[in-house]
Design a protein around this ligand. Sequence first.
Ligand SMILES: *[C@@H]1O[C@H](CO)[C@@H](O)[C@H](O)[C@H]1NC(C)=O
Ligand SMILES: *[C@@H]1O[C@H](CO)[C@@H](O)[C@H](O)[C@H]1NC(C)=O
Ligand SMILES: *[C@@H]1O[C@H](CO)[C@@H](O)[C@H](O)[C@H]1NC(C)=O
Ligand SMILES: *[C@@H]1O[C@H](CO)[C@@H](O)[C@H](O)[C@H]1NC(C)=O
Length: 289
Amino acid sequence: MTVLLFMIALLVNTNQAVTYRPVVLMHGILATADDMYELGGWLNSSFPGIYVVSIEIGNGYDDSFLLPMNKQVELFCANILADKHLSEGFNMLGISQGSLIVRAAVERCSLPVYNLITMVGIHQGLFGDALFKLLPVRFWELISKYAYEDFVQNTISVAGFWRDPFQLEKYMNASHFLPDINNERKIRNETYRTNMLKLNGFVMVYSDKDEILTPPQSGWFLGYASESVVPETWNQSRQYTEDLIGMQTLREQGKLHMFTCHTRHEDTEHAPNKEFFFQNILPFFNNTL
Ligand SMILES: *[C@@H]1O[C@H](CO)[C@@H](O)[C@H](O)[C@H]1NC(C)=O
Ligand SMILES: *[C@@H]1O[C@H](CO)[C@@H](O)[C@H](O)[C@H]1NC(C)=O
Ligand SMILES: *[C@@H]1O[C@H](CO)[C@@H](O)[C@H](O)[C@H]1NC(C)=O
Ligand SMILES: *[C@@H]1O[C@H](CO)[C@@H](O)[C@H](O)[C@H]1NC(C)=O
């Protein structure tokens, strides 16, 4: 009898042991959910039976650019909350613009996320024309000159995280998205910080070969210092010194994991980055419900 119970217990345990936490993936700008399938395949070949979902917002390609960030985050959360597989908790990974969508979703929608992984992230915004080569010419001036006008904020995703170091006051006053989710304004939203501190781990990756993001260190939450195009240091960044959304605390608790990869921005989710991914990122998905 005891032996039988023991064997049943063993079976039950074995079953539980293979219920990997589901995974949510969010692609970047001017891309679609399909662009994440290669990376999704790395996960489901490494962790048999794992549930992996790559999220699409609106029609994907165009809407990734032509919907403002607040709207994208809202649609993203609705998508996640409607998926029964995800109600017990999950790990989540966002790439580039997707890094902002997944982080904002944790902060605003209190999603039950265990590890939050961001690759070539834009946490402290971007400024500069390297990105423009991805975008139709007719949008270049709208962003570089008129990013903080309401009609641009209401139309183009990039405007929501355009952080001009020569107009930081205007950015703070008029940007609809980044100063809010980064808790940079006078009145902070404590829920954002509380939700970030619920994470088991927050992973940030930037690439020292990034051809699109300026500064690439935005992936580590470091933007340009005021009135310059020199990236801030940890000491200068209010995110760390003032713990606006909990970065300082996460670091002290050993929950912040920072990596540098060496691939082009556009190769982040593809084969050129596979070795880096397997070595450094895969372990954050090796956990069970
Ligand atoms: C693995 O993931 C890929 C891409 O997300 C998907 O196309 C494929 O069907 C998945 N395979 C299994 C066995 O789930
Ligand atoms: C803080 O954010 C939460 C989630 O988005 C929202 O429900 C709440 O109204 C916000 N609080 C303030 C003071 O803005
Ligand atoms: C920002 O807002 C403050 C307070 O409303 C205002 O005094 C200031 O002129 C604004 N600055 C810019 C550059 O828009
Ligand atoms: C600033 O950075 C330097 C060098 O990394 C370090 O020694 C110092 O403790 C930092 N200061 C603060 C206030 O974090």
